[in-house]
Design a protein around this ligand. Structure first.
Ligand code: ADP
Ligand code: MP5
Length: 267
């Protein structure tokens, strides 16, 4: 069994963060493990509070996993402060996992901040040189590239700017635009446009977490970058399409759509 580790925040309502990552790892046939960076009191409508785990406890969780278990791939989610980003990067440099997918989480679907301001420069300095793939959404790609993104041309341009910052592969996700759900993948081989139909649904809580974890699992399985992202994009589209209502706001996606129908009933 391939093993994937998520280093991310906890979403008590189960739709995003560590909880989404573990479900996506399982659904994509890998064994999931978690290092919790922050305990977020959140639900489908809002973030009530953010309680960051002390850096030493994050470091100890990473040590606990790596000293005992071979990790095939790592996914990075919410790294809320420059200090946490730096500490996690140092540990990754120590243990050198061969695959690192980084979702540079800044804001929740509800619009609430999940990261202190001013973390982009630390991310750029410490994480960009070591990550295999960076998966910013539109506001994150704007913050990183400094470019305002209003359309697909801007997405592609932002992806190229971020590649020039030394990231090996970049996926700029277009969930926040209108029209088809279009993402741009930039690899050393070139730029790939990945388009799926936009599902008319409010149930998008945890889409970014789920997509990046599915990609991580696919890369752990040995897929090349384009195949791993394409398969994960199809997975997230179907998981949104087959989502069921969990709360009063943006419900989560259906990670296990082979097992639960649109009402959440076991098939
Ligand atoms: N309504 C939707 N229908 C289909 N795909 C979507 C929809 N909303 C987002 N996506 C896709 O979900 C993935 C996550 O994107 P996005 O929502 O932009 O990330 P984040 O959750 O980090 O804000 C992307 O592949 C995006 O194209
Ligand atoms: C703990 C935590 N991490 C990340 C997200 C972002 O979720 P999304 O995938 O919807 O951008 C979240 N809402 N909570």
């Amino acid at each position: 069994m391939l093993k994937c580790l998520s280093v991310a925040g906890s979403d008590c309502s189960g739709g995003a963060g560590i909880q989404a990552d573990l479900k996506a790892f399982s659904a994509n046939e890998t064994f999931g493990m978690s290092v919790i960076t922050s305990v977020v009191a959140e639900n489908t409508t809002r973030v009530l509070s953010v309680f960051n785990v002390p850096v030493e406890e994050i470091q100890k969780q990473i040590d606990a996993v790596f000293e005992d278990i071979h990790v095939d791939a790592v996914k990075l989610g919410m790294l809320p402060t420059a200090e946490i980003i730096s500490a996690v990067a140092d540990k990754l440099n120590e243990y050198k996992p061969s695959i690192i997918v980084c979702d540079p989480v800044m804001v929740a679907t509800s619009g609430d901040a999940l990261s202190e301001g001013g973390t982009v420069s630390t991310m750029r300095e410490k994480l960009f040189p070591i990550v295999t793939l960076l998966t910013p959404n539109i506001p994150e790609a704007e913050a990183i590239s400094g470019l305002e993104i209003k359309n697909e041309n801007h997405m592609e341009k932002a992806a190229r700017i971020i590649m020039d910052m030394g990231v090996k592969n970049v996926l700029v996700k277009g969930g926040h635009l209108t029209g088809d759900a279009v993402d741009y993948l930039c690899t050393p081989e070139g730029v790939h446009k990945l388009a799926c139909k936009r599902v008319d649904s409010p149930n998008t809580h945890g889409t970014g977490c789920t997509l990046s974890s599915a990609i991580t699992a696919n890369l752990a399985h040995g897929m090349d970058m384009l195949s791993a992202v394409t398969k994960a994009k199809n997975y997230i589209t179907e998981a949104i399409e087959k989502s069921f209502t969990v709360g009063k706001g943006h419900s989560p996606v259906n990670h296990f759509y082979d097992y639960y129908d649109l009402k959440g009933t076991v098939l």
